[in-house]
Structures are given as structure tokens and as C-alpha cells.
Ligand binder design. Structure first.
Ligand code: BES
Ligand code: MN
Ligand code: ZN
Length: 519
């Protein structure tokens, strides 16, 4: 038996397999397609000693002369949750079989108190680990067992095997991954659509800032959404001037890269259905401006447009799934740079709604561009406005990479967001929108608002309170996604390290749930 992590050069091994047959203590078996593999699962207890194959795994085991069970019984034949065992040349149809430990079949109440559905997370992780181990073995065509939840299996596979290789001279091809069982195909497709959307967000955010300027971002969105029954309008600086978008214009003016403001319209609902407006922060690079950031890890600020990336990605999935809702997406896009034309600390600017703002810190730029975007959102008379932004480093201080920080004016909407996140594995945690924080931003004699305010601490809450000054009437939700910008590598190991694209799938799920409620 060869295990996935054994120190064998796998490419060499696969070619060697064409010449030799590995004997697993049974009669030899010649496989027709050495590049085709299969991932099946087994329920395992915490110690990894009690192993129960899923029905599909049992079927594959029987078709392979019982090789899986025999191997698990010999030596230290245990299998832990999230680990895989790989079997070569044991099956007529598959060159390689990966068996992966899913976790407990029956979960306890306490397993469900961690903010994400553990059953779904287990399947996502198992799918990702199984597929990765087969890719390591050189498999190009993978059948993946649903392990009881084909949507989660698709998500684990698509998210877990994705990697960013845009700038590599030689790029590794992605394997073809298909559902093994002949059931739950709709759920599988939904999982594929949602994860492809998230991967698009990961691609947009991971891209280097010189390859993802406001102009290049807009071009890519026009290309992708333009083919998807979504109307895309790219507004420019003149338009922003007409609208008196002082926040966006002033942040953008420090860079020679022109600003852009995307307006996307998806009309899946009936004509008189009020739209859901999604707003995403699109700072394609945040140097901090004149209040410049420390240089270490500044490069990560290429992902300061993850709010915008999540919005466009979610809209692409909503359109592909043909969800019966009307959605408008708005993304203000610009760079935040220091230069002789840049905004200076102490400058006073005026947002679209006429409120004056003293810019105490040019690094608190997200709220300035979102202020205008939220004012513009109001012109659509939205049923609900939801914004996403990598807004504050304070999010990371408060709860680390565990969750998206959610600020909501309505309990019901918070509840729906939390349910959607629980379902998709994107943990949500609610923060307060108290007047306590609003008071810290106002009460100055010379201008209406200060962009950082008085008081210490609670940075994510003061930022949210700032946005509240500009939010449209009606229900409004703000998501601070700074903490989840990068994969936390913990409970979501199916999302490999790098920019996470979270919580794109939760956003899609949330809108899918809403569409079911109103129909
Ligand atoms: N884009 C940053 C927030 C951020 C930091 C996101 C780290 C992801 C990782 C935002 O524009 C910013 O700089 N916020 C300041 C606000 C402060 C000046 C009040 C911050 O968090 O330090
Ligand atoms: Mn900043
Ligand atoms: Zn920023």
C-alpha cells in the first residue's frame, strides 16, 4: 500500500505504473485508464480506529478485490478524519483510489455550536483532501463520491483544488472532476457554480495590483458578466463628478490610475420587485495614502478590493443559477496612493449627500468611497442594501480570521445572514451599530463628520457607524471582511492559503434563501 505522503516522485511513479503492477497481496489487476481516479469516503471516529465505508466506498472496495478493507486491517491500519489513503492499480476502471476519512457519521449537539455546519465542513474538507491526493498522484480525471452531500463535495473539490498560477510560465492543468453517484446532480451543480464564483473572487484579489487596476478589473467584469445576462455599466471620473462623489474622487486623485464605478444590473425578478443592492469596496491597492502603511505585508493590500470582487462573483453565480430576484451591484474602484495630488490628513471633503468629512487619516479610505456608493444605492429604492468591505484591521484584532463581522439594522436579516453562513461554512458574527460609536464621529464645529473620530478601540464599530450615516433608508447590512480576507487555514482547510474569496458563497446562499421566502 502506498500512502499519499510517501516520498515517491509521483510523476515518475505514474509512468512506472504503466510498466509494473503493484501487488497488494492479491491477484494482479490491470487498469484501463491510469490517469483516472476516484475519491470515496469513510466515516471514522476521533481516534480513527472505527472505520465505516460509505455505500459508494463499499462498492468500490468490492470491485477492487476488497483491497481497501484488507489494507486497513493490516499494520497500523487506521484512518483519521481529514487523512487519505491511496491505492494503486487495484481497480479495473480507476488507476488510483483515494479513501478519505470524513469524520463521525452521527454528530453531537456540541459539534453544531461552532458557527458552521460541521457535517458540511467535513464533506468539503474530505473532498478537498481526496482530490488533492489524487492530483498528487498525477490523476487527470477524477470521480468524486458525494459522501452524502453532493453540494458540499463539489465545493470542497472546486475550492480545494484551485490554485493561483496566472503569472507562471508553465501552468498546471486542472483535473476534470465529476460526481461519482448518479443522484443529487442539481445540488452538485449548485456547489460548482457557487465555488467557481468564489474562485473568481480569489483570482481577482490574488492578482497583483499592477495587473488589477480599476480599469482592468472593470474590463474583466464586463467580459464575464456581459456574457451572463447582466447589464454592466462602467462609470468614469466625469460621471462621479456629476454625482458629486467627493469621497471617491478625493481618494482616487492620489493615483494616476483612473477611478471606475461599476453598476451591474441583474433582473431575475418581476418588474416591480425592489432590488437588493450589493455594494463592494474596490480599493485595488491601499498604500494608506499620505498616512502611509508600514511596508511589511503592504503587498496584501492588493486584495483591498475583495468586497467588490465578492459582489461581482456573487452576481455571476446569481445570474448563472437564475435566481428570481432583482440585484444591483455597485463597486467604487480606485487606488489609495500618496502623491502630490493625494488627499492630505486634515483635508475636508464633501460626500454625495452633502455631508462634510474631515479626513483625519487617509488610510481610512474605504469608508469614504463607500459613503458615496451607499448614497447612490439609495437612488434604486432598495429592498435591502448590503455592503462588503475589507474595512478595518480592527476586525482581525477583535475575532481573528474566524468570521465575517456583520452589522445589521434588522434582526431578521442578521438571522438570515447567519443561517446562510452556517450553511456555506462562512462563519458570521454580529457587531453593534450603537449610537455610542456614531457620537464619536460627530459633534465637531467645523465639519459634519470625522473619518476616524475620537475615542480608542472598537475600530470596526466606528467604521460601521460612519457608513450608517450614508446608508439608504430601509434594511442595511454591512460586512467587514478584513479578518477573512486571507484563508485561515483552520476549519476551512479546503480553501488553500492565500486570498479566500469569503464569504461569496454565503452571499449567494443568502439571496437564494430570500428569493424562496418572498415567492
Ligand atoms: N484596507 C484597510 C483595512 C485592512 C487591514 C484590511 C488589514 C485587511 C487587512 C483599511 O483601509 C484601513 O487601512 N483601515 C485602517 C483604519 C484606521 C486608519 C482607522 C486600519 O484598520 O488600520
Ligand atoms: Mn486603508
Ligand atoms: Zn483599505
Amino acid at each position: 500500500m502506498y500512502t499519499h505522503r510517501s516520498a515517491i516522485c509521483l510523476t515518475r511513479l505514474t509512468s512506472a505504473l504503466q510498466k509494473i503492477t503493484i501487488n497488494h497481496g492479491r491477484s494482479e489487476c490491470s487498469t484501463s485508464n491510469l490517469k483516472k481516479g476516484i475519491v470515496v469516503g469513510a466515516y471514522v471516529d476521533e481516534k480513527g480506529e472505527n472505520i465505516k465505508l460509505t455505500n459508494s466506498a463499499e462498492k468500490v472496495n468490492q470491485d477492487s478485490n476488497n483491497v481497501i478493507m484488507k489494507a486497513l486491517k493490516i499494520g497500523n491500519g487506521f484512518l483519521k478524519k481529514g487523512k487519505s489513503r491511496v491505492f494503486y492499480n487495484a481497480n479495473e476502471k480507476y488507476g488510483t483510489i483515494a479513501l478519505v476519512g470524513i469524520g463521525k457519521e452521527e454528530l453531537d449537539e456540541k459539534d453544531f455550536s461552532d458557527g458552521v455546519d460541521p457535517k458540511k465542513q467535513n464533506v468539503r474538507n474530505a473532498a478537498a483532501i481526496g482530490c488533492r491526493s489524487l492530483i498528487d498522484c498525477g490523476m487527470e480525471d477524477i470521480d468524486l463520491s458525494s459522501m452524502g452531500d453532493s453540494e458540499s463535495a463539489a465545493e470542497g473539490a472546486m475550492l480545494g483544488t484551485w490554485n493561483f498560477q496566472e503569472y507562471k510560465k508553465e501552468q498546471k492543468p486542472s483535473p476534470k472532476i465529476s460526481l461519482f453517484e448518479n443522484s443529487d446532480k442539481d445540488e452538485w451543480s449548485r456547489g460548482v457554480v457557487k465555488s467557481n464564483a468564489q474562485n473568481w473572487s480569489r483570482k481577482l484579489t490574488e492578482s497583483a495590483a499592477n495587473h488589477m487596476t480599476p480599469t482592468l478589473f472593470s474590463k474583466e467584469v464586463e467580459e464575464v458578466l456581459g456574457n451572463q445576462n447582466v447589464q454592466v455599466v462602467v462609470h468614469d471620473k466625469c460621471w462621479a463628478e456629476e454625482k458629486k462623489m467627493g469621497g471617491l474622487l478625493n481618494v482616487a486623485k492620489g493615483s494616476c490610475q483612473p477611478l471606475a464605478f461599476l453598476e451591474m444590473t441583474y433582473s431575475g425578478g418581476s418588474k416591480d420587485d425592489k432590488p437588493i443592492v450589493l455594494v463592494g469596496k474596490g480599493v485595488t491597492f491601499d498604500s494608506g495614502g499620505i498616512s502611509i502603511k508600514p511596508s511589511s505585508a503592504m503587498g496584501e493590500m492588493r486584495a483591498d478590493m475583495m468586497g467588490a470582487a465578492n459582489v461581482v462573483s456573487a452576481i455571476s453565480a446569481i445570474a448563472e443559477l437564475q435566481i428570481p430576484v432583482n440585484v444591483v451591484g455597485l463597486t467604487p474602484l480606485c487606488e489609495n496612493m500618496p502623491s502630490s495630488s493625494a488627499l492630505k490628513p486634515g483635508d475636508v471633503i464633501v460626500a454625495m449627500n452633502g455631508k462634510s468629512i474631515q479626513v483625519d487619516n487617509t488610510d481610512a479610505e474605504g469608508r469614504l468611497i463607500l459613503a458615496d456608493a451607499l448614497c447612490y444605492a439609495a437612488t434604486f429604492n432598495p429592498k435591502l442594501t448590503l455592503d462588503l468591505a475589507t474595512l478595518t484591521g480592527a476586525m482581525m484584532v477583535a475575532i481573528g480570521g474566524a468570521a465575517t463581522g456583520v452589522f445589521s439594522t434588522a434582526d431578521k436579516i442578521w438571522n438570515d445572514v447567519q443561517c446562510a453562513g452556517n450553511y456555506t461554512g462562512d462563519r458570521m458574527w454580529r457587531f453593534p451599530l450603537w449610537n455610542y460609536y456614531s457620537a464619536l464621529l460627530s459633534g465637531y464645529s467645523g465639519f459634519d463628520l470625522d473619518n476616524i473620530g475620537k475615542g480608542k478601540g472598537g475600530g470596526a464599530c466606528t467604521a460601521a457607524a460612519f457608513l450608517k450615516e450614508f446608508a439608504p433608508p430601509g434594511d442595511w447590512v454591512h460586512m467587514d471582511i478584513a479578518g477573512v480576507m486571507k484563508s485561515n487555514g483552520q476549519d476551512s482547510s479546503y480553501i488553500s492559503s492565500g486570498m479566500s474569496g469569503q464569504p461569496t458563497r454565503a452571499l449567494v446562499q443568502f439571496i437564494l434563501d430570500i428569493s424562496k421566502q418572498s415567492s
